[in-house]
Design a protein around this ligand. Structure first.
Ligand code: KG4
Ligand code: ZN
Length: 340
């Protein structure tokens, strides 16, 4: 089959993005409008503000993607868009735009799972990647270990009982004045600090359990900050960041190691915004190499929310069975619900 181009639209949270990816997973465009500055003053994403910003920017982002790829709409063979999980207003903007475009161009379309999109980022990194593999999704809203034994066969091995790991980074960082979203800032500061400065608890520490819990570490971090004055917190920010990052990363490493051993999967991928964390990337790579597992980590541009990863999920669906021409916006859509 000659190469076809798939358009992917991402609007599940606060990035308005369109990506264009060919059926060999080559990325032709990945235009991202980040709404961060709209939400910074509120200390988090305001759904209504995000919906309006998506509405305002989506056409521009689409036009820019066509320009970047140096194509016109007649060169596109299929359209996919995130239909969950995410914020309902933002999801509706992308889904309506995507379906409208598909209807007007007479193209096949499909609503895809945002988490399958994150997973597909690994195929953009390595187009030769094939299941079976273990998938660790770590983002602002999700922390999940998925066994992918074949295309679209998603088995959840474990997920968080409470907060996502990205939330633990963001909320703890916010507490010590690093603003929103603070994950990238915490990780930068952590490079200069002592990871053993304070001891933090590990949730769901039992060896065999593949479930996560990050609410305890968040509360313990809050207590430590409350027990000291602002001066102390300021002086020790880098050490607090290093201790937090050490705790969160080592928990992820332990669970991945256990999941690989239990599932007997030979390879793993890591995806989602937190996979941009340098320490996590290094430690996961070390753990896999030491234990004889393969690992694929998408480049930084494909870790946080973007349209190319959604287009990548579209390519998987287009190539393996075709686009279903269905969509239902579902804010709480789970990974396994997108199994085929
Ligand atoms: O996947 P994503 O862009 O959006 C969601 O689907 O949630 O992930 C965003 C999350 C935020 O919690 C952000 O703080 C975190 O990814 N993040 C990081 C880093 N870069 C982004 N966390 C730790 N270290 C980083 N370098
Ligand atoms: Zn995401």
């Amino acid at each position: 089959m000659s190469k076809q181009l798939i358009l992917g639209i991402e609007t599940s949270c606060d990035e308005t993005s369109c990506g264009i990816v060919d059926t060999d997973f080559g990325v032709h465009a990945n235009v991202i409008f980040r709404q961060e500055t709209f939400h910074t003053k509120y200390g988090g994403v305001v759904p209504e503000v995000a919906s309006r910003a998506h509405l305002e920017k989506i056409s521009w982002v689409y036009d820019e993607a066509l320009k970047t790829a140096n194509i016109t709409h007649t060169d596109i063979s299929g359209i996919v868009f995130t239909h969950g999980p995410g914020l309902v207003g933002p999801l509706l903007v992308g889904a309506t735009f995507g379906q409208g475009l598909a209807f007007s161009l007479g193209l096949p379309y499909e609503g895809v799972n945002h988490l399958e999109g994150h997973m597909a980022a690994a195929f953009l990194e390595d187009p030769t990647l094939k299941p079976p593999f273990l998938c660790l999704v770590v983002s602002g809203g999700h922390t999940e270990l998925i066994a992918v034994r074949d295309y679209f066969k998603y088995e959840v091995l474990g997920r968080t009982r409470d907060d996502a790991v990205g939330e633990a980074f963001d909320k703890s960082g916010k507490l010590i004045g690093l603003g929103y979203p603070s994950g990238p800032k915490v990780s930068k500061m952590a490079e200069l600090g002592n990871p053993n400065f304070v001891e933090l608890p590990t949730g769901m520490a039992q060896k065999a359990s593949l479930e996560f819990s990050f609410s305890g570490v968040k509360t313990a971090f809050l207590r430590i900050v409350q027990e000291h004055d602002a001066e102390w917190v300021k002086e020790n920010t880098v050490h607090l960041c290093a201790s937090l990052q050490y705790n969160l990363v080592e928990t992820l490493i332990r669970k991945c190691k256990a999941a690989l051993a239990q599932s007997k999967l030979p390879h793993m991928i890591v995806c989602g915004g937190v996979s941009a964390n340098l320490r996590l990337r290094q430690r996961l790579t070390e753990m896999c190499h030491e234990n004889g597992y393969g690992i694929t980590i998408p480049r930084f541009d494909y870790c946080t929310d973007n349209g190319a990863m959604i287009a990548g999920a579209g390519v998987l669906r287009y190539v393996h069975g075709g686009l279903a021409c269905t969509s239902r916006v579902q804010p709480s859509l789970r990974f396994e619900q997108s199994s085929r």
